[in-house]
Design a protein around this ligand. Structure first.
Ligand code: 3H9
Length: 704
């Protein structure tokens, strides 16, 4: 194995190479190596200039996040960089791939920066709930101005090489070989007698209070409920208010403090959870994913069209199937309309749209699917129809084709039995709008082949989704946990809470949208139909999902009809109170013998909705429906609008303590329908032991 930091000196130019696959994350070994090399170069009068470059697919992708949990081994990167910047020779930093966070901070301590034309530079710290801590908050404003610096910290998204050059973040863009270009740049500097050019010597133009207020307003929308942006502002403020050395001390206190916040713990948990999901016990490299170059989609409605877009965006050819040409024409027109919106928003060019549209073909005949590698059935939820489709697919599809269903509730074991190849059948549950939402639930039946599961994960990555494995059960991971969550929201309305009261409590907790507003958006009818088709699921409580049923009875099904839990003006999604609905719900409550209350607090709403969701999550874990608590957290944060700053429902439960959750469940169980509030055995056990879901899972994985 090569050394993480190596040095070669040729014709007076020293080249420091960082080589620590896969992404050159700045580990203690790299910090030590860079410090030793710096000390060596400081004494070497024969070295006229220094180049720093990384081997492998990328420049440093930041600090090593896995070190953040405990005490970090010395030396600290910020101190290493002070020495590095102080080198007497001019330093050229050569950037390629994705230079992120601490990576860019290393580059800022250099004196000149050259980037490969495909390089990207960014500060993703806000997505981890932390403030840059290797002096980025002091050096970046000194290089590109405080406004641009805060923009980069808030956005968290990297900028391309050209934009970085326009900002003054890089000096040159290399067309050809980066190493050669960086060495040539260093030689030129020597020849021209250019010495070090230290960012720390620059002055920062202060931001006005109005500019700061604008950033705060942006943060309130972009990073709702997070404290990190405010900490970013405080750190950057030090860059103009204080001399460099004092600013460095301010940043140290703020950044180190940010590592201890609950939001940082939560977001770092998600970083690793999102990478762990694809690790499925029992599936090895021998389970080679099948290649998916072409796909068929059955059903050209909202879901089918969205899935087609997700595939076309990834360059995969799609054949849409529907019962008649008129349905197909409508489906294709919607796809085009959606793409046109992207063009209007400047996210795509008309040529991009044409290229994607040529990838989407349409047919009314299943025979058009005879050569495709994968088929996804996306018709409405009816078992007989789905079985008929799978029998037909079994007839036309080539051997080895993956046969997937987008069902959200039906038994995939039964669907698979309609074919003679159940090992090739799998659930691929997309979330609407399917071209936007990141989550893809991958549902294995009892017979699904390991290579088909591996293929589903590979496909998820290709179409830029995050795949999470679930076993078959009613609602899989996501919708099964939404059942008790929504049950409580609906029941609270019968008890006298207004929909706005319920939704704002959930939104203040951090949910992207309150669940009743979600029902209005998706259509109250959707849930009612699912209930009708699955009468065996649910509860013996007569108030169970009654609010939906009452609204459905009036055809108040939400935005589609202008009335639901809320009232909507034509063409607007703005929620207005709907007193008629509230009156009818109050009447229904009376019939059910439910007393209306005026003392419902925000805390009660959140506890009832979120704790019951967690309780179901505990059952899901124990039954092995989800592989790990982190998988549930990924489902909820990437598909259901659960706030990332809380890490997902299972992480949140661990943070507040499982005995708190259990106590809440027992408390409400005494007052409400006891059957619905039975604590999950796993929750009871762990609460008694003062344990956590995370520790329980870690111990279980160790045992194998
Ligand atoms: C920071 O820098 C704070 C500073 O201010 C300093 C304070 C002192 N650390 O994503 P992939 C692993 S905060 C540790 O699948 P891709 C990852 O877990 C840091 N590990 O690849 C995975 O491991 P495995 C700011 C890391 O090509 C493997 O590398 N930086 C780190 O799809 C491959 O990753 C970030 O937030 C890391 N920093 O995407 C960057 N990065 O193979 C976060 C990656 O065992 N990283 N790993 O599962 C990324 O955005 C993407 O990984 C990247 C590559 C775009 C780089």
């Amino acid at each position: 194995m090569s050394k993480p930091v190596s040095l070669s000196i040729e014709n007076g130019i020293a080249v420091i190479t960082i080589d620590s696959p896969p992404v050159n994350a700045i580990s203690a070994a790299i910090r030590r190596g860079l410090l030793t090399t710096t000390e060596q170069l400081a004494k070497d009068a024969n070295v006229k200039a220094v180049v720093l470059i990384c081997a492998g697919r990328t420049f440093m992708a930041g600090a090593d996040i896995s070190e953040f949990g405990g005490t970090m081994a010395p030396p600290e990167l910020r101190n290493v960089l002070t020495d590095f910047e102080s080198l007497p020779q001019p330093i050229v930093v050569a950037l390629h791939g994705t230079a992120l966070g601490g990576g860019v901070e290393v580059a800022l301590a250099g004196h000149y920066r050259i980037a490969d034309k495909g390089a990207k530079l960014g500060f993703p710290e806000v997505t981890l709930g932390i403030v840059p801590g290797a002096v980025g908050t002091q050096r970046l404003p000194r290089l590109i101005g405080a406004e641009n610096a805060l923009k980069m910290f808030f956005d968290g998204r990297p900028v391309g090489a050209e934009e970085a050059k326009a900002l003054g973040l890089v000096d040159e863009i290399a067309e050809g070989d980066l190493r050669a270009a960086a060495i040539a740049y260093a030689q030129r500097l020597v020849k021209e007698g250019k010495g070090p050019r230290r960012v720390r010597d620059n002055k920062v133009e202060p931001l006005t209070e109005a500019q700061i207020a604008a950033f705060r307003a942006q943060a309130a929308k972009q990073h709702k409920g997070m404290i990190t942006p405010e900490l970013d502002i405080a750190a950057v403020r030090a860059s103009w208010e204080l001399p460099f050395a004092q600013g460095l001390a301010v940043e140290r206190a703020i950044s180190d403090g940010s590592l201890q916040t609950p939001e940082s713990r939560a977001m770092r948990h998600l970083f690793f959870a999102e990478r762990e999901v694809a690790d499925v016990p029992g599936i090895t490299a021998a389970d080679k994913p099948r290649e998916v170059k072409s796909a068929g989609i059955i059903g050209s409605g909202t879901m089918g069209g969205g899935i087609a877009m997700a595939f076309a965006n990834a360059g995969i050819a799609v054949t849409l199937i529907d019962i008649d040409q008129a349905a197909l024409d409508r489906g294709l027109a919607t796809v085009r309309k959606n793409y046109d919106v992207s063009v209007k928003r400047g996210k795509m060019t008309p040529a991009d749209v044409d290229q994607r549209m040529t990838l989407i073909k349409a047919s009314t005949s299943y025979d058009a699917l005879k050569d495709v590698d994968l088929v996804i059935e996306a018709v409405f939820e009816e078992m007989t129809l789905k079985k008929k489709i799978f029998t037909e697919l079994d007839r036309v599809c080539k051997p080895g084709a993956i046969l997937a269903t987008n069902t959200s509730t039906l038994d995939i074991n039964e669907i698979a039995k309609a074919t003679k190849r159940p090992q090739d059948v799998i659930g691929l549950h997309f979330f609407s709008p399917a071209n936007v939402m990141r989550l893809l639930e991958i549902v294995r039946s009892d017979a699904t082949g390991n290579d088909v599961i591996a293929s589903a994960f590979a496909l998820a990555k290709k179409i830029r989704k995050i795949g999470v494995l679930s076993k078959v059960c009613f609602g899989f991971i996501g919708n099964r946990m939404m059942d008790p969550y929504a049950r409580e929201a609906q029941r609270l309305v019968l008890e006298g809470a207004t929909p706005a009261q319920v939704d704002s409590a959930l939104e203040n907790f951090g949910m992207a949208m309150g669940i009743l507003a979600v029902f209005d958006m998706a259509g109250v009818d959707v849930g009612v139909k699912v209930r009708k088709a699955n009468p065996q699921q649910g509860s013996s409580d007569p108030s169970f999902y009654r609010a939906d049923a009452v609204l459905f009875g009036q055809n108040w099904i939400g935005q589609k009809t202008g009335k639901g839990y809320y009232r909507y003006e034509q063409g607007s999604r703005e929620r207005h109170p709907h007193p008629e609905a509230q009156a009818l719900l109050a009447e229904e409550a009376k019939k059910l013998g439910i007393a209306q209350r005026t003392d419902i607090t925000e805390q009660e709403i959140v506890e009832r909705c979120i704790y019951s969701m967690i309780n179901e999550g505990a059952k899901i874990l124990e039954e092995g429906v989800a592989l790990r608590p982190g998988d549930i957290d990924v489902v909820y944060t990437s598909g259901y609008g659960f706030p990332r700053r809380r890490g997902g429902p299972m992480f949140f439960a661990d943070e507040i303590g499982l005995s708190t959750v259990l106590a809440g469940i027992e408390k409400y169980g005494k007052r409400l329908h006891a059957e619905d509030w039975q604590p999950a055995p796993l929750l009871k056990k762990l609460a008694a032991e003062n344990g956590t879901f995370a520790a329980w899972h870690a111990a279980r994985s160790k045992k194998g």
